[in-house]
Design a protein around this ligand. Structure first.
Ligand code: SF4
Length: 262
């Protein structure tokens, strides 16, 4: 189990990491978000457009954020309380910001949910709401979970028993009661090896995509996208008209493959 000294050192290293930041990456950013690297796997030009034109609000995004907050509510606690909570022998639920320098990038992110015991992260869980088929796992979603796992590892946490789960949910189909119990139900199913039972209980509205914690795969994902941030290359764009049709920048993006002629 990590000692008090480990946690104190972790918070000190985090402060030093944040304090050393400089606006050295594309668009003058000091940190690259895990979600932005994941987003590059959908379309790098979408990441570029988000900076150039700003985020375009959509009903899907707003609904997703609201449902997300309902399913994974949280309260802030102190670093000391966090260390105490996650060090218990019984499973505990708590998230922390993840950070690290990888491939020359200064990367930060905030996972949705982590199950801990004995100071070790056991399950890193990403929640993805969808109106479509929860059975499909997209590359960007898998990459995001893997990079969170990598950063937990580079922060010095014991990831020897860590596994990853991307949970895709048709949240509109969950009752209010099911939403309230969601975190406990999913965590319990993962810890107890009862994922199939959970999926059948939620009548096809939930799919749990379990993945291994895979450091080499996460490093490779970052390695393939880092050049965009360091200025070594320009952004690529989608080669799929279907992706462009589903993209909120479809009608304003000069690389769109599905723009409607005006
Ligand atoms: S419209 Fe297509 S090319 Fe443009 S940002 Fe969206 S997905 Fe990428």
């Amino acid at each position: 189990m990590p000692s008090d000294a480990f946690w104190e050192d972790l918070w000190k290293r985090e402060s030093a990491f944040m304090a050393a930041a400089r606006p050295e990456f594309r668009h003058g950013v000091s940190f690259v978000g895990v979600s932005d690297i994941a987003g590059q796997f959908y379309c790098e030009y979408k990441v570029e457009n988000a900076v150039a034109m700003g985020e375009i609000p959509t009903e899907t995004k707003e609904t997703g954020t609201r449902l997300h907050d309902e399913l994974v509510p949280g309260v802030s606690i102190t670093p000391k309380a966090f260390a105490k909570l996650v060090s218990r022998k019984v499973p505990s639920y708590a998230v922390l910001g993840v950070w690290g320098s990888v491939g020359g990038l200064r990367i930060i992110g905030m996972p949705d949910h982590i199950v801990w015991a004995g100071g070790k992260p056991l399950w890193l869980v990403e929640l993805k709401t969808t109106k479509g088929d929860p059975g499909r796992l997209w590359d960007d979603q898998a990459v995001q979970a893997r990079i969170y796992g990598l950063l937990l590892y580079t922060m010095g946490l014991d990831c020897s028993e860590l596994r990853l789960a991307v949970v895709r949910v048709k949240a509109d189909e969950l009752s209010e009661d099911e939403k309230k119990r969601w975190v406990r139900k999913v965590s319990g199913a993962l810890m107890g090896g009862k994922v199939a039972r959970l999926e059948s209980e939620y009548r096809g509205a939930v799919k749990v995509h379990v993945m291994a914690h895979d450091v080499p795969a996460a490093l490779a994902s970052i390695g393939s996208k880092r050049g965009y941030w360091t200025g070594e290359r320009e952004p690529t764009s989608s080669t799929s008209a279907a992706k462009c049709r589903a993209c909120e920048y479809c009608q304003v993006c000069d690389r769109s493959l599905a723009r409607t002629p005006s």
